[in-house]
Design a protein around this ligand. Sequence first.
Ligand code: SF4
Ligand code: SF4
Length: 284
Amino acid sequence: MIQIEKRLREEAKRLLETKEAAVVLAFGRGFDEEHPMPLILRKPSDAEKIVFNEYCTFNMARHLTEFPPGTKIAVAVKAADSRAVTVLIQEGKVKREDLIILGIPVAGMKDFRSGTAIDATTTGPAVNPVLYDILLADLLPEPKDVSPYDVLAEIEAMSPDDRWGFWSAEFSRCIRCYACRKACPLCYCETCFVDQAKPRWSEKSPSASSNMMFHLTRFYHLAGRCIDCGSCSRACPMDIPLYLFHKKVSKECEEMFDQAAGMCVDAKPVMVDFKVEDSDDILL
Ligand code: SF4
Ligand code: SF4
């Protein structure tokens, strides 16, 4: 991790000095080492503020859409983060030529709230970025025989009534703080449907029905797009296991369309592509 931090500082300084990048998106120290913060750098001298450790779990792709088109941005990405960058390019939200992608192969990241290791339970098992221009460490062996969907076994074994009961109970705890939405690199709508006044799609205050409306809409908005970074679940102050729903939708999409989100920058996102042989199960 120390080596990655050193390389990240060197590259950030160089890219800003040479003006190859106007902005670098990386990780900075928070109130202590276990709570790093997103760091947006514009001056080479700020590169010293960069940190990288096992708690740098947030997805800096979240900030890519915050800059005017044409801004040259260098962004530090881990495995799942690079898939978010890929989706944003596929969806035309950022241009590939405006990005310098600093790839970070890394394993053993930890959840800062629990201190426990993050693994395929809450996020994908991959350890290498799928898209990068500059690699900040050697590629690592990818974990074998680990499916990001194994964690779904228990919920898939439930009856529909029990599953409805499970999610109704989980969503009833939601306080509508929208931290999940804020943490998600692919929730970039300027005005979320839930914030619209005309028409008003949903009550703003938490209630069983409006919470269900918010979450189901958000889950399906992320269908075929969620890259399993787990940021939403880790951001949730109520520990609602949002990843279970996102993973279930991703699994269905992958089975129907044979494509996981954000793996190939030249592929079209599944929800805007059409092939005659596509499964009709989506209509069921
Ligand atoms: S929905 Fe959650 S897991 Fe999926 S991309 Fe957004 S933050 Fe990551
Ligand atoms: S972060 Fe958790 S509590 Fe906040 S809106 Fe999302 S699910 Fe609800």
